[in-house]
Ligand binder design. Structure first.
Ligand code: ITT
Ligand code: NA
Length: 211
């Protein structure tokens, strides 16, 4: 069985529309890195080594244009500490300061990292050497070199005052085509979201491999 390595029920709900998987609560090392791919690839190798079953690690974040991409890879930490409403206010103040009148543009990004210990045409490591150094620093040389396939999804939108009570995380303040992600059902969000796009390409790749 494919294991979706996460503690986030919202991610699993969305993933199940595309793939058959069970959640696995495994606390892999979230290495400090500026890009989601490095974090996810490292997590997938470590989780596979632990679980000995095919795994998917999902690393995602909200990137606010006016904040130079903050909170980005730190989105989970920032949600826990500042909270969603303060991130919204930060983004809004920023806009007022430069008086540009620009919309509060932002993007959600998601990287899925797949590892099953088998060999396949792996994705090039996002920052190959750095990743190895990070893996070594985390005391995880054993899993070094395991092939990992990365799938990425991006959706652009705007930061707005919170609306809706669906979804999770930053969904209430992220508007796409006039609707916040928290105002959408799972299917509607999946059809346009960062995670939906990454899952769709992962699902296609899995199907091709099975043929
Ligand atoms: P796991 O690491 O256990 O998978 P997490 O929620 O900590 O769960 P991330 O490390 O990927 O997930 O952190 C992503 C942050 O971005 C976190 O605060 C999420 O709530 C938020 N986030 C990710 N995907 C989102 C989405 O589709 N809608 C809203 N917020 C999202
Ligand atoms: Na996390």
């Amino acid at each position: 069985m494919l294991r979706y390595v996460t503690t986030n029920e919202g991610k699993v709900r969305e993933a199940r529309a595309y793939i058959d998987c069970d959640p696995l609560d495994y606390d892999y090392t979230e290495v400090q890195a500026p890009d989601l791919g490095t974090i996810a690839a490292h997590g997938a190798r470590e989780a596979y080594t632990h679980a000995d079953e095919p795994v998917i690690v999902d690393d995602a974040g909200l990137f606010v244009d006016s904040l130079d991409g903050f909170p980005g890879p730190y989105s989970a930490y920032v949600e826990d500490t500042l909270g969603v409403e303060r991130v919204r206010r930060l983004a809004t103040n920023q806009e007022d300061e430069d008086g540009s009148g620009e919309d509060n543009r932002a993007a959600f990004r998601c990287v899925l990292a797949y590892c099953d210990g088998g060999s396949f045409d792996a994705s090039p490591d996002p920052v190959d050497r750095d990743d190895r150094a990070l893996a070594a620093a985390a005391g995880d040389e054993s899993s070094e070199g395991l092939p990992v396939k990365l799938f990425e999804g991006v959706v652009r939108g705007r930061i707005v005052p919170a609306r809706g009570d669906g979804g999770f995380g930053y969904d209430p303040i992220f508007e796409h085509d006039g609707t916040t992600f928290a105002e959408m059902g799972t299917e509607e969000k999946n059809a346009v979201s960062h995670r939906g796009r990454a899952l769709a390409s992962f699902g296609e790749w899995l199907d091709e491999r099975r043929e």
